[in-house]
Design a protein around this ligand. Structure first.
Ligand code: HEC
Length: 139
């Protein structure tokens, strides 16, 4: 072999080595994200919370009770469908104050003097819609 041939094969060998190294590190750099991993279908569904999950995570139960049947702090959330449409209920959750003039709420004010129903106007309307659907199903 001439000197040129030795250098050429040395470089070629180096490139091949680098190529394989790159392939190896590529695999380590891009592990599958668990949320889009088909091996974990349950995990990838956790983004869609049900109405009840949202009620639990927004803390409604601290006032309305674990079973939502009411506590000394707040009224029951059963039977709302006789007073609320879906839209009206979403509006109420976003701005409970605008409902305070009705007799129903004057009574509530007397009964739950020291507790204020929080406004959830910082929440995604879609989430409030899911909460409303769930609440309206409680009879
Ligand atoms: C800090 C306590 C508290 C929390 C937390 C709370 N509420 Fe209330 N809620 C009240 C009180 C008190 C009333 C009664 C109205 C009033 O006095 O403002 C009420 C009234 C309501 C009403 C009207 C009931 C009716 O019969 O007209 C609905 C619906 C309601 N809450 C849903 C919710 C939902 C859904 C959540 C969570 C996203 C929630 N509340 C969180 C205290 C609370």
């Amino acid at each position: 072999m001439t000197k040129t041939q030795i250098w050429t094969s040395a470089f070629l060998g180096l490139f091949i080595l680098l190529f394989f190294l790159q392939q190896l590190t590529k695999q380590e750099d891009t592990p599958k994200h668990p949320m889009i991993n088909d091996d974990y279908p349950e995990q990838s569904m956790t983004k869609e919370l049900s109405g009840l999950d949202l009620i639990n995570s927004f803390g409604c139960i601290t006032c309305h009770g674990n079973d939502l049947q009411g506590t000394p702090k707040a009224p029951t959330l059963y039977g709302l469908s006789s007073n609320y449409s879906r839209d009206k209920l979403i509006n109420y959750l976003r701005n409970p104050n605008s409902f305070m003039d009705s007799d129903r709420f004057k009574e509530f004010k007397q009964k739950y003097r020291n507790v204020i129903m929080p406004a959830y106007n910082n929440k995604d309307v879609k989430d409030l819609g899911r909460i409303a659907d769930y609440l309206l199903s409680l009879q």
